[in-house]
Write a protein that binds this ligand. Structure first.
Ligand code: GAL
Length: 264
């Protein structure tokens, strides 16, 4: 069995690739063959000549267009997926720290789709407060009170056919919104939450993808995947990564942003 790992990192986000690849080689689906399809505009990336890495050109665009374009980009190289039984996508800043295997492969009852749940919303939100898109004009619209989970679009996967089908529908909905001048609240994620509203995906528990700086008790010791802190000065900070600023955040500003919650 072969699993295609779909990785999307244009512009400065490519700084996460090396750690992603090394940790995935070690911990992600260790018993299966993997093929990494990397969508990027970088000329050269770590391990690009390895026989399990395929680099595909993806145009860099400004955030949030870059996230809205995610499904179009992941569909652009779909012919490369033909030999894959399953496809999984993880956010660029994901790092695996413990073995992850078949337990996240969805079954028929899940419609062959798996998706992670955001820990903060699992613990603190209700169907009335989930950050779903509440604009009835958007194809991502979910009325208050509906929905039982708030899913993370940055960690999902499933059987090839079903993932491609999901991406095709989501891409279509995002373009329909664009045509009306609408961008959903949390972009690709709002559309994915709408798509999964009446489905029964396998829920990948939050400990598979926890922001590295979150300290929820009971979740610290059994974490399997970390979302590296994009705000950190090590990576330049949010605005630098998103190409909004050409200046990297300084360690001092980083600490100020941590204390005050202001994003630089
Ligand atoms: C943020 C995340 C967004 C979105 C939001 C939902 O932490 O950066 O992409 O998922 O949570 O509450």
């Amino acid at each position: 069995m072969k699993i295609g790992i779909l990785y999307y990192a244009t512009g400065r986000y490519i700084c996460f690739w090396e750690e992603f690849y090394k940790s995935a080689k070690k911990f992600l689906f260790p018993n299966y063959e993997k093929k990494f399809i990397v969508y990027t505009d970088s000329d050269e990336i770590y391990a690009q000549d390895s026989n399990d890495v395929i680099k595909v050109f993806a145009q860099s665009s400004k955030w949030p267009i870059s996230v809205c374009d995610k499904f179009a980009i992941l569909l652009s190289g779909r012919s490369l997926y033909d030999d894959c039984d399953y496809l999984f996508h993880f956010n660029a800043n994901m790092r695996f720290i413990a073995p992850i295997g078949e337990e996240i492969l969805p079954k028929e009852e899940n419609g062959h789709i798996s998706v992670a749940e955001w820990l903060n919303h699992k613990l603190k939100s209700t169907p009335m407060t989930f950050p779903y898109d509440r604009n009835p004009e958007s194809s991502a619209y979910i009325p208050y009170g509906e929905g039982a989970h708030y899913f993370m679009s940055g960690v999902h996967g499933g059987r090839r056919q079903e993932v491609i089908q999901m991406y095709t529908e989501l891409e279509d909905n995002i373009r329909k919104d664009f045509a009306k001048g609408i961008i959903a609240l949390w972009h690709d994620e709002s559309h994915m939450n709408k798509y999964l509203l009446d489905k029964n995906p396998l829920i990948i528990p939050p400990e598979y993808a926890i922001p590295e700086n979150w300290k929820y008790k009971g979740y610290r010791n059994n974490r399997k995947g970390l979302l590296l802190n994009k705000r950190h000065w090590k990576y330049g900070g949010h605005s630098y990564l998103r190409g909004i600023s050409d200046k990297k955040i300084t360690p001092l500003k980083y600490w100020i942003s941590k204390i005050t919650n202001i994003t630089f």
